[in-house]
Design a binder for this molecule. Structure first.
Ligand code: QAP
Ligand code: CO
Length: 166
């Protein structure tokens, strides 16, 4: 298990579309373990492989109080169950440290994914988990929470983070 470095916006690697996982081997298991350890280290509730520079469709999430209920989703896809039910949430992102923005998303979704053995599973997440899984799945398509806000705000966040990096 290794704590990995998290890429920050506007790193171009965060814009890549991640590749489907086809091999369910021990490398995949260590990747998932690193993601979980890195998420806990930086007090996150969700993390996508692309955020640590790994171009694979793997995400992890843990919205529990005790931080002992990690979920691993491989090749996740989202199906909106009710287009009319939407909710806003002040989202954060480990790749956009220090910034929180309201994002409106569907509240009733079904997640289809594979587990570490490659077995297909489905869940209908409740509350915050549904928000986090949608946020993390966006990462796999190169999409970031700042894409939901105005371009003026996005540019402001971009220059602030670039200044912090220097
Ligand atoms: C995605 O993000 C998420 O700015 C996961 O200084 C978060 O875990 C989706 C974090 C909230 C929906 C709601 C952010 C930690 C963690 C920061 C995170 C920071 C330290 C973000
Ligand atoms: Co994020």
């Amino acid at each position: 298990m290794t704590i990995r470095k998290i890429l920050t916006f506007p790193d171009p690697k965060l814009r890549e579309v991640a590749k489907e996982v086809t091999e369910f081997n021990s490398d995949l298991k260590s990747l998932a373990e690193d993601l979980i350890e890195t998420m806990y280290e930086f007090k996150g509730i969700g993390l996508a492989a692309v955020q640590i520079g790994v171009n694979k469709r793997v995400i992890v999430a843990d919205v529990s109080e005790e931080k002992k209920e990690p979920f691993i989703f491989i090749n996740p896809t989202i199906r909106i169950l009710n287009e009319d039910e939407k909710g806003g949430y002040d989202e954060g992102c480990l790749s956009i440290p220090g910034f929180y923005e309201e994002v409106v998303r569907p509240t009733q979704v079904e997640i289809s994914f594979q587990n570490l053995s490659g077995k297909k599973e489905e869940i209908i997440p409740e509350g915050l988990l549904g928000v986090v899984v949608q946020h993390e799945t966006d990462h796999l398509d190169g999409k970031l929470m700042v894409d939901y806000i105005s371009s003026v705000k996005r540019q402001r966040i971009r220059s602030k983070l670039l200044k912090l990096k220097r």
